[in-house]
Design a protein around this ligand. Structure first.
Ligand code: F6P
Length: 460
């Protein structure tokens, strides 16, 4: 692979756009902000689903970047997206904390849709292009694309964890997945742990050459490099928004609406069973029961963003969270003063940043998470270096944000001890930890991540 500038093509399940009254615009998010300029400079294309069901959409342009939609019909959505991606792979790769379905019809549709992506990529990629494929929805694309277009450089990055062999090998189609990924020149994971799990699975399940410790795998006349590339956020963007006068006003208004409590505890997650929202609520409830939290001084705000509600596990999780919120408030609220404020909706970015600023303690306690960007976003908005992050050891972010209060979300005592430590932490300690974490994310923002991956792929 050479180091010259080559046209970049990105493939992800979703296109990075949303429909507004003014037409298509790019979706918010660090990944999109990091990749759009690179695509624009190289005249590149983003290939993905536009989120609608059925119907063909012609390619279109947004912010100087060509968007190439992949059409999904209702069966594709139910079998490829909800079925195989989110009811087989997602739970299995997140430590099997929910049962996976293993359904041959879902697998068949996953293969078909991966083929559709690969054929489209083969058609749109200019000679010698770099194709960067994202995430667990598209694990077969590298292998199919390599057969169709041996001239292009192919990278694949997994945004979620890659599981240990003993879980991965439950998958009836495990060898096909590994072979699909080995079609890439570079396979990237959030953590060393994921990279090591992948190398171990490749050695066990297909005929690769290379040491078990070696990050080069040779298979079927092709070599694949494997590495860890922890993703991050656009730190400058979050700092700028947090510094705005309007954001400060909104943060103060939020605290006033909450009754000006001494301490605001905060949880912000997609409503996903991997995020540990229920265990977090149980820990908060236990602390209100035991007096470790005081309804007159402490308030917990939980925002749960709607997601994947066509998958049963998600509907069940919502039901349980809402039951817990009701039970805790039933026991501890006073009229007009709930102790848990719960919002089931998507917030706009400015409201989100205002909430980060209003929160004294951020609870990020997933059972397993590839990275968790909420943790990094909270740190980026703490311009005064105050605030405490309580962070699950089972997130990729914990590798970098070691000054957080690290907790084991499977252990109720670890959760209550961690929250109590955050509530009681001395101001000097809070500042020392937060300033160290802010320095870390400044060194590793999303541009650093994208450059690191693409340079390793030999693309820039
Ligand atoms: O973290 C994995 C991921 O698939 C992201 O790529 C995506 O932004 C998020 O989960 C939400 O998922 P979905 O596209 O299923 O709404």
């Amino acid at each position: 692979m050479d180091n010259g500038t080559r046209p970049l093509i990105v493939a992800a399940n979703r296109l990075p756009v949303r429909w507004t009254d003014e037409g298509w615009e790019t979706s918010p998010g660090g990944l999109v902000r990091a990749l759009i300029p690179l695509l624009r400079e190289s005249g590149g294309t983003w290939v993905g689903w536009n989120g609608t069901v059925g119907g063909h959409v012609d390619p279109f342009e947004v912010e100087g970047v060509s968007m190439h939609p992949i059409a999904l019909d209702a069966d594709d959505v139910s079998r490829y997206y909800e079925g195989f991606a989110n009811n087989t792979v997602w739970p299995l790769y997140h430590d099997a904390i929910r049962d996976s379905t293993f359904d041959g019809a879902h697998w068949q549709r996953y293969r078909d849709v991966n083929e559709r992506f690969a054929v489209t990529l083969a058609n749109v990629a200019p000679n010698n292009a770099v194709v960067w494929v994202h995430d667990y929805h598209l694990q077969l694309v590298p292998g199919i694309l390599r057969r169709l277009r041996p001239d292009v450089a192919i990278g694949w990055f997994n945004h979620i964890p890659f599981p240990p062999l003993e879980l991965f090998q439950r998958l009836p189609w495990r060898s096909e997945i590994i072979e699909g990924l080995l079609g890439a020149d570079l396979v990237g994971f959030q953590r060393d742990l994921g990279a090591r799990n992948f190398v171990a699975a490749a050695h066990q399940l297909v005929n690769v050459v290379g040491d078990a410790d070696d990050h080069w795998l040779h298979h079927d006349g092709h070599s694949t490099m494997v590495g860890a590339f922890p993703i991050s956020i656009d730190v400058d963007e979050f700092e700028e928004r947090a510094a705005g006068r309007e954001t400060r006003r909104r943060a103060a208004a939020i605290r006033a609406r909450l009754g000006d409590p001494e301490v605001v505890l905060l949880g912000i997650d997609r409503l996903d069973y991997t995020k540990g929202i229920g265990s977090r609520l149980r820990a908060v409830g236990d602390l209100f029961d035991s007096g470790g939290l005081d309804p007159h001084r402490h308030v917990f705000v939980q925002v749960a963003t709607p997601t994947r509600d066509g998958v049963d596990h998600y509907a069940e999780e919502r039901h349980e969270i809402e039951r817990l919120v009701g039970a805790i408030n039933g026991d501890h609220a006073r009229l007009g003063y709930p102790v848990v404020h719960y919002l089931h909706r998507t917030l706009d970015l400015d409201e989100l940043v205002a909430l980060y600023r209003a929160g004294d303690i951020m609870l990020v306690t997933p059972f397993r998470d590839g990275m968790n960007l909420v943790a990094k976003e909270y740190v980026a908005t703490r311009l005064d270096d105050d605030g405490v992050l309580v962070l699950s050891e089972f997130t990729g972010a914990a590798d970098q944000l070691s000054e957080a209060v690290l907790v084991n979300p499977h252990d109720p005592h670890s959760l209550t001890d961690g929250i109590s430590a955050a509530v009681d932490m001395h101001r000097h300690d809070r500042r020392a930890r937060m300033s160290a974490m802010r320095a870390t994310i400044h060194r590793h923002d999303v541009t650093h991540w994208a450059d690191g991956f693409l340079k390793t792929l030999g693309a820039r």
